[in-house]
Design a binder for this molecule. Sequence first.
Ligand code: SAM
Ligand code: SF4
Length: 343
Amino acid sequence: MPDAISLPPVAGPAPLIDPFQRAITYLRISVTDRCDLRCAYCMSETMQFLPKRDLLSLEELDRLCGVFIARGVRKLRITGGEPLVRRDIMHLFRRLSRHLDSGALKELTLTTNGTQLARFAPELAALGVKRINVSLDTLDAGKFKDITRRGDLPVVLGGIEAARAAGMQVKINAVALRDVNGDEIPDMIAWAHGLGMDLTLIEVMPLGEIEADRTDQFLPLSVVRQRLATRYTLTDLPDRTGGPARYVRVEETGGRLGFITPLTHNFCESCNRVRLTCTGQLYLCLGQEDSADLRAVLRATADDAVLARAVEEAISRKPKGHDFVIARQRPAAVPRHMSVTGG
Ligand code: SAM
Ligand code: SF4
């Protein structure tokens, strides 16, 4: 019998590389545009949600995620709307966790408003979700009700506790809102860092029409940082996530503070991500309209190779960057709400 011939390892499919040589390894998926809150900067009070029939089924979402993972995507973030209000959402997490078990996926995570976490945290942790982002803009129960138009702060704080108790690392995301929570940021730093959680501040982005004028809500993080620097020692950290966040260590607390500044700092050169909406539109940039209709391809063929080619074609159109401007103009710079594209 001839000796076994040792062949070089079979190369996997080429990773997704965009025209600017950026490897696309991160997919964010909005699983629903619905939400149990109505944050004033995100949605209008009378938000019209999409008809349910337009949404991808959980099976379709799972299939699409599988195609991305086979093409080198290593991180999935489930978001929305509020992902944990989608019916049977844990079914999708259960399906996706097999890619963690196989090692094909490095991270499965989610962004949530925290209202349902007390219920779901133990199972999420058991399925391999190690880190989650919880959005919380204030620690004042009255302000929380005002910002979210209906939320109950203790419920969210209970959800955060449940996630921590289940062993998940929690990062808090807070949108900086002029005249609303600007003065509260030191308290939020003390609270989050006191519990060993990172805090990331986000600038309001002009996504979708709302009742308010976002120029009235916009608080530049350059200003916030200057104010914080009079009180804390902020040391720049080299940590990069391929996204818009820049981190500092607050020496007095020892905790990490992130700044997401799409409007005052351009972060596009290292962008590694694309976004899938709950209707199967693949957006190549949060701040641009260009997209690909993957739902049409998905429903037209059972052949994943065809779907993979549609994904490749879309990535070949990923733009170099966005052009957000907060200006006193209507309509909003990007007509899609964050809840549709997935924050
Ligand atoms: N419902 C979940 C939550 O609130 O975490 C996930 C979806 S939400 C759209 C994701 C993130 O986007 C949240 O941190 C939210 O504060 C942020 N967000 C929503 N609209 C925004 C806007 N116009 N500008 C900046 N951030 C926004
Ligand atoms: Fe809902 Fe999140 Fe938008 Fe608030 S920010 S309304 S919690 S989707």
